[in-house]
Write a protein that binds this ligand. Structure first.
Ligand SMILES: CC(C)(COP(=O)(O)OP(=O)(O)OC[C@H]1O[C@@H](n2cnc3c(N)ncnc32)[C@H](O)[C@@H]1OP(=O)(O)O)[C@@H](O)C(=O)NCCC(=O)NCCS
Length: 158
């Protein structure tokens, strides 16, 4: 089931985020990059604050959350997907596309939002292209927790 995130989900979100980087993104990044990228500690407060400020969807199955899609509004006409990570247990089964559709519908229903931007991982580029996103610039290096990560700017007109 896809639903809005709740305070009780924070630990599961953290676990799914780390597992997704270590077991899904590891196909496209070096061991050193994966180690640095996935070395963040659990913060309940960070996620509670994020849930209040932004739009956070989670995927729940058998009473456990297996991933999240975190997005928000950056100006009058633009939204951004900040983070989208599914655990390897549920990846590749259509859940991601369903969560993305739900997120896009949320922004479309706000009426004023005409564009959704994101910085894609190498891992997710094809997924976003399937959903209609286009690459808006060359791959660049984004500093992330002490290492550099290759990322791709993309966007979709709603
Ligand atoms: C990106 C992600 C959220 C997509 O979720 P998902 O549930 O795996 O995607 P789906 O199963 O809904 O896939 C939808 C379509 O995209 C395709 N797709 C998904 N991931 C893909 C990939 N890495 N390469 C090529 N195609 C991919 C699927 O084949 C499917 O196509 P189909 O409908 O023709 O079969 C998930 O793979 C993930 O968590 N990846 C690791 C974390 C990450 O890189 N997140 C992005 C941060 S910007």
């Amino acid at each position: 089931m896809i639903r809005l995130a709740k305070e009780k989900d924070t630990k599961d979100i953290w676990e799914a985020h780390i597992a997704s980087i270590r077991e899904v993104c590891s196909e496209d990044y070096s061991n050193e990059q994966i180690a640095g990228w996935s070395s963040f500690s659990y913060s309940h407060e960070h996620w509670v604050k994020t849930m209040k400020k932004d739009h956070v969807l989670v995927y729940e199955k058998n009473d456990k959350v297996h991933g999240f899609c975190h997005s928000g509004i950056i100006d009058d006409s633009t939204a951004e997907i900040y983070g989208f990570y599914l655990s390897p247990l549920v990846v590749g089964k259509g859940v991601g596309m369903e969560m993305l559709s739900s997120t896009l519908k949320y922004f479309k229903d706000l009426n004023n939002i005409s564009k959704v931007k994101l910085i894609a991982t190498r891992t997710a580029k094809s997924f976003y292209e399937k959903a209609g996103f286009i690459v808006t610039g060359p791959e660049f290096q984004e500093p992330t927790r002490g290492i550099m990560l290759e990322c791709i700017p993309m966007e979709l007109a709603l």
